[in-house]
Design a protein around this ligand. Structure first.
Ligand code: LLP
Length: 421
């Protein structure tokens, strides 16, 4: 899914599927995260169709959006999950996801998280260091079980994306140096409580081209061949997530572009029998959501014009953290030509509290705006900074609306805090 096709203007008002965003603002207030159920299905279908009936497991990278309703929807469509914490595992279970389709990534897995994952019988640990491999082996031995493991290797390829979301370079903290992976696999083979099941790699996020994947895949194939020579035969290859979406004018590669190239390379290397695991996050949800907000005030400091809205960096941190561009659309655009260029900013006491800069819009106080492409890494990165309750989330399904997380109540923000005696 690359374009927000389920958010369209109808009769001059922006809709989510068949429901007007004006109606949603009226019923639920703002700021509000609004998701389209059909967009979630379309995103899943784009992977499902790209799989062409081959053995592919989509493990949704749930850090992008982990609302239980969304996890449950994907679980019902057949996805597994890529988790990075014990908390995410608990969410999968709460959402009735299948733990046997869970892969567990992340460089800092704690003992309790490894225990919980073993108890839940997950599909695989994506192991990111020798120390972690040893810890998993020890805990598995204590429990008298075998832990299924893959090594997450760092192939040292440039994903050509923002440095903060690039993970496959040797300077990044992620994965095990691919050059020493054969030796670490040999070490794992000696540990009786480990079951080597796969090989994993994730090179970054918002990747719009196929070439970085193929650069990595080339190295992975050489490694798999070397492992075969060592008598290690893998069941699956996990190439991570990372496919980008359209925020502005990007033309990202599609799942079909990616998978057909991957199948071709695997078949050519006589590795077509391997199950292919994918960990897409952003491309499953990014354009399935918008952040709806309202203009509280307009103000000008000499030549600079600000639209102060009621959403802020605590609701969507991507602009200030990565200088990310999110399109901003008026829910009811005016016909007359816009001439003023606004910075769209929130109420938080930080100059970094901005959602968009230099947007030419025709605005009045009270207008509703939709910050587009806010389905991924928006709510999951939200905070309560400035004691702002996290906003509500709704899913629109044709003309129905489901409140899948109510707006946080003020008292819940501090009810567990205690005064000193
Ligand atoms: N697998 C692993 C091991 C990951 O670390 C990630 C994302 C994914 C899968 C999913 O990647 P995706 O398909 O969503 O690109 N907060 C940043 C993105 C951070 C991505 C972290 N890892 C942003 O808002 O752009």
């Amino acid at each position: 899914m690359t374009v927000a096709t389920h958010f369209q203007h109808k009769d001059g008002v922006l809709h989510a599927e068949n429901v007007s965003l004006e109606q949603l603002a009226h019923d639920f207030g703002t700021p509000l995260y609004v998701y389209s159920r059909q967009a979630l299905h379309d995103a899943w279908n784009s992977y499902h169709q790209a799989a062409q009936g081959r053995d592919v497991l989509v493990c949704y990278g749930m850090k992008a959006n982990s609302n239980l309703a969304i996890l449950n929807e994907f679980a019902r469509l057949g996805t597994g999950f890529d988790i990075v914490s014990g908390g995410e595992l608990a969410r999968v279970i709460a959402a009735k996801g299948d733990p046997s389709k869970v892969v567990f990534s992340g460089v800092g897995k704690q003992r309790w998280e490894i225990e919980a994952a073993l108890d839940a019988h997950i599909k695989c640990f994506n192991v990111e260091s020798v120390a972690e491999l040893e810890r998993i082996a020890t805990i598995a031995a204590e429990k008298g079980v075998k832990a299924p493991v893959s090594l997450r290797v760092n192939p040292d390829v440039d994903a050509k994306t923002h440095p903060y979301i690039s993970t496959g370079l040797k300077d990044n903290k992620f994965g095990i140096d691919i050059n020493i992976a054969p030796a670490i696999y040999a070490q794992a083979q000696q540990l009786p409580n480990l079951d080597i099941v796969g090989l994993d790699c994730h090179i970054g996020s918002q990747i719009t081209q196929i070439s970085p994947y193929l650069d990595a895949l080339h190295k992975l194939i050489l490694l798999i061949k070397q492992l075969q020579d060592q008598g290690i035969h893998l069941k699956h290859l996990d190439i991570g997530g990372g496919l980008g979406i359209r925020y502005t004018d990007e033309t990202p590669a599609t799942p079909t572009d990616l998978l057909s190239a991957v199948f071709q390379a695997l078949d050519a290397a006589d590795l077509g029998h391997l199950q292919l695991v994918l960990e897409p996050g952003r491309s499953m949800v990014g354009n399935a959501g918008v952040l709806l907000t309202q203009v509280e005030y307009l103000k000008s400091n000499q030549d600079k014009h600000f639209a102060i809205v009621n959403a802020a960096m605590n609701d969507l941190i991507r602009p200030t953290l990565y200088e990310a561009w999110h399109d901003v659309e008026a829910v009811r655009p005016r016909n007359n030509n816009a001439t003023i260029s606004y910075d769209i900013v929130g109420p938080i006491c930080e100059s970094g509290d901005w959602l968009a800069k230099d947007r030419t819009l025709n605005l009045e106080q009270g207008d509703l705006l939709a910050v587009m492409s806010a389905g991924a890494y928006a709510f999951t990165m939200a905070s309560q900074y400035n004691t702002r309750p996290r906003a509500a989330e709704v899913i629109v399904d044709k003309q129905s609306v489901h409140l899948v997380r109510p707006r946080e109540e003020l008292h819940s923000l501090f009810e567990s805090e205690r005064l000193l005696d």
